[in-house]
Design a protein around this ligand. Structure first.
Ligand SMILES: [Zn+2]
Length: 159
């Protein structure tokens, strides 16, 4: 009995589609937002290692306070799948979802949510909002990159 498979382990390690890979794609979206003068938050939604939705914050462009990256990613993913529940999907978002987005994410029944930087003031989890009981939550993935981008955005705004 061989419980340890060196080749399989090697191939597993070679799989580039890990949480960091998809968080990098979400960070790319955050950079697009930054360049547009939007608060730099980005998101992607993934099924079976495939990105089915990409979004970034567009509250300025759409003059709509609800145009957060997550809200748009949910709509795009549901349109793509033709179903309202995202229970096979993972959302990657660069900042902890706010209370509004956490509410929407609850309804979408995501399989997994991976976020980068924490948001102690506005974050849904920080403020005690429960996500769907079946949703797995991973926090802190590439959090330094995400928070540096937010910090440089707000320090640029102040000057
Ligand atoms: Zn939000």
């Amino acid at each position: 009995m061989f419980l340890y498979h060196p080749i399989k382990t090697y191939l597993y390690r070679m799989n580039p589609f890990d949480d960091n890979y998809f968080m990098k794609r979400a960070l790319e979206e955050a950079h697009i937002a930054f360049d547009k003068g939007e608060v730099p938050v980005g998101a992607v939604i993934v099924v079976d290692d495939r990105i089915i939705a990409r979004a970034h914050n567009l509250t300025e462009q759409l003059t709509d306070v609800t145009a957060h990256a997550e809200m748009q990613a949910i709509t795009a993913a549901s349109n793509f799948l033709g179903g309202k529940y995202l229970n096979q999907c993972t959302l990657y978002v660069t900042l902890e979802p706010c209370v509004m987005c956490s509410g929407a994410l609850y309804w979408s029944q995501l399989k997994k949510i991976v976020y980068g930087a924490s948001d102690p003031k506005r974050g849904g989890l920080a403020l005690g909002v429960n996500l769907h009981p079946k949703t797995e939550i991973v926090s802190g993935v590439m959090k330094d990159e995400a928070s540096e981008l937010l910090k440089s955005f707000f320090s640029q705004k102040r000057t």
